[in-house]
Design a protein around this ligand. Structure first.
Ligand code: AMP
Ligand code: ZN
Length: 467
C-alpha cells in the first residue's frame, strides 16, 4: 500500500499525508446533483475531480467505496432554509410531477457521467427520498442529546451547542452573531442555526400542499438538505469515514452544517479529509443552475465536442484553481485530445515496453494532491522522447490514459472488424433480448465467448469486444 499520497484538506488548510481509516480501503462521499435540471458543465467538474481522486486511490492499491448521492428533495433555492424546494420548482417549470422530474434528471446525470468516463458501476447512488427514515432517526438522536429546538416552521439545530461550529469554513461566528449576515427567520436562536426538519408550509403558512412530504414525530414535512447527506453517508460509509468532496460553494453552509450535526449525533469524528473543487466560471461569473443560461454536456456534444475532450480540458487545470470556460480553450483541449487518440490509432497494439520512469513520475504527480496538469504534461514529454519507440510510447500512454480515464483504449477497439458469423450471433442475441427471451440471450452470450468475443449490454445496444 502506497503511503505517498498527499491531499489538501480544507479542514486543516494544509496538504496532509493520506492514511486510510481501514487498512487498504477508502470511503468517499461526494455531494451529488440536485436533480431538478440538467447538470451544468461546472457541476460535472466536481464529479470528474471525484473520479480522478478515486482512480488515483485505486491505482495506489486501495479498494474504494465511493458514494455520490442524488438530492431529490429538500434543497431550497437559497441553499439555506428559505425559498422554494428546487424539485418543486422544476416540477412547476415543466408541469410534471416532482417524481418525474427527479427520475428524468437523474437519468440525464447518469448518461452525462458515463460519457465522461465516470463509470456508474464504480459508485453507489443513494437517493435522499429513499433514506427519510434514517434522516428522521438522526434528528431524533440530536433531539435526545439536546441539540435541537422547534420553531414555527420546523426543527432546528442549535449551533451554539457545538463548540467547533464553523471550523471548516473558518466562519466568523462572533460577526455572524452580531447580525453580519442578513437574517430572515427571526425565530432562530442563532443566525447560523439551520433546519433539520421543515414542517409542511401548508400547516403553518396555509400554502398549497407540497408533493414530497412525510410523517415525522414533529409533524408532516420534509428534511433539511444537510441532514440528507449526514444520513446517507452514515448509512453506507459509517459514522466516520475518509474523504468528503464537493464544490467550494458547499464549505460555508452545507458542509459546515453536515459536519456539526454528524459529530453531535454520532459522538465521533465525521470525516478525515475534506476536499473541495474550485468553480468553473463562464465569462459572467460562476456557472449556476439557478441562472437559466448554463452550459450542459449535451450542448457541447451538439456543437460537435467529444465529452472526452471536455474531461481532458478539465484535467489541464488543478482542481483547486478556478477555470473560466471558453470555447477557444475547449478547442485547444479538443485538438490535443484528438492528437492523443490519433497517436493510439496509428500505433501497433502489440509489443512495446512500458516506460516505468515516466509512469512513476506521472503517478507521483497524481499522488501529489491530484496534480492532473502535471501528470498530463509528463504524458506529452514522454511522447516527445526520441529514445522511446512508438510501441513503447503507445504502451505507456495507454496506461496513463487508463489512469486519467481518457478512453484511449477505444482507439483500437473501434477498429476491430467483426466477422459475419459473429455479427449474426450478435443480431440474434439482440432479437432475443428484445423478446425478453433471456435464456436464449444468455446461451448466445456463451457461444460468443467460446468464439473469443464478449458482449456488453449498454443503453445504446450491445458492445462487442475481442476477449
Ligand atoms: P448541485 O447539483 O447544485 O447540488 O451541485 C452539484 C455539485 O456541483 C456540488 O458539489 C457543487 O458544489 C458543484 N458546483 C456547483 N456549481 C459549480 C461550478 N460552477 N463549478 C464547479 N462546481 C460546481
Ligand atoms: Zn451534500
Amino acid at each position: 500500500m502506497s503511503q505517498k499520497i498527499q491531499l489538501y484538506n480544507t479542514f486543516s488548510k494544509t496538504v496532509e499525508p493520506f492514511t486510510s481509516l481501514h487498512n487498504g480501503h477508502v470511503g468517499i462521499y461526494s455531494c451529488g446533483p440536485t436533480v431538478y435540471n440538467y447538470a451544468h458543465i461546472g457541476n460535472l467538474r466536481a464529479y470528474v475531480f471525484a473520479d480522478m481522486l478515486r482512480r488515483t486511490l485505486v491505482h495506489a492499491g486501495y479498494t474504494v467505496t465511493h458514494v455520490i448521492n442524488i438530492t431529490d428533495v429538500g434543497h431550497l433555492t437559497d441553499d439555506g432554509d428559505n425559498g422554494e424546494d428546487k424539485l418543486e420548482k422544476g416540477a412547476h417549470r415543466e408541469n410534471k410531477s416532482v417524481w418525474d422530474i427527479a427520475r428524468y434528471y437523474t437519468d440525464a446525470f447518469m448518461s452525462d457521467i458515463e460519457a465522461l468516463a465516470i463509470p456508474q458501476s464504480a459508485y453507489l447512488f443513494p437517493r435522499a427520498t429513499d433514506t427519510i427514515e434514517e434522516q428522521i432517526d438522526l434528528i431524533k438522536t440530536l433531539e435526545k442529546k439536546g441539540y435541537t429546538y422547534k420553531i414555527n416552521d420546523g426543527i432546528y439545530f442549535d449551533t451554539s451547542k457545538y463548540q467547533d461550529y464553523g471550523h471548516l469554513a473558518k466562519l466568523d461566528i462572533a460577526g455572524l452573531k452580531s447580525g453580519a449576515r442578513v437574517e430572515e427567520n427571526k425565530e432562530k436562536k442563532n443566525t447560523t442555526d439551520f433546519a433539520l426538519w421543515k414542517l409542511s408550509p401548508q400547516l403553518h403558512e396555509g400554502q398549497p400542499k407540497r408533493k414530497m412530504e412525510w410523517d415525522s414525530p414533529w409533524g408532516v414535512g420534509f428534511p433539511g438538505w444537510h441532514i440528507e447527506c449526514s444520513a446517507m453517508s452514515k448509512k453506507i460509509l459509517g459514522n466516520h469515514f475518509d474523504i468528503h468532496t464537493g464544490g467550494i460553494d458547499h464549505i460555508p453552509v452545507h458542509h459546515t452544517n453536515e459536519l456539526a450535526q454528524s459529530v453531535c449525533a454520532n459522538g465521533e469524528p465525521y470525516v478525515n479529509y475534506w476536499m473541495h473543487v474550485n468553480f468553473l466560471n463562464d465569462t459572467t461569473g460562476k456557472m449556476s443552475k439557478s441562472n437559466d443560461d448554463f452550459l450542459t454536456l449535451s450542448t457541447l456534444r451538439e456543437k460537435g465536442y467529444d465529452p472526452m475532450a471536455y474531461r481532458y480540458f478539465l484535467l489541464m487545470t488543478h482542481y483547486k484553481k478556478e477555470i473560466t470556460f471558453s470555447y477557444g480553450a475547449l478547442d485547444a483541449a479538443s485538438v490535443a485530445y484528438k492528437k492523443l487518440f490519433q497517436f493510439c490509432e496509428d500505433s501497433e497494439t502489440k509489443e512495446g515496453i512500458l516506460s516505468h520512469s515516466y509512469l512513476t513520475s506521472f503517478v507521483e504527480s497524481l499522488y501529489d494532491d491530484i496534480n492532473t496538469p502535471e501528470a498530463v504534461a509528463t504524458l506529452w514529454t514522454m511522447l516527445k522522447d526520441t529514445s522511446l519507440t512508438q510501441e513503447d510510447k503507445y504502451q505507456t500512454v495507454l496506461r496513463m490514459g487508463a489512469i486519467l480515464g481518457l478512453s484511449l483504449e477505444k482507439a483500437h477497439k473501434k477498429n476491430i472488424t467483426i466477422p459475419t458469423e459473429i455479427a449474426d450471433l450478435v443480431a440474434k442475441r439482440d432479437l432475443a433480448r428484445k423478446q425478453k427471451d433471456f435464456r436464449t440471450s444468455d446461451e448466445l452470450r456463451d457461444a460468443l465467448a467460446e468464439l473469443g468475443y464478449t458482449v456488453k449490454d449498454t443503453k445504446d445496444g450491445q458492445e462487442v469486444e475481442e476477449l
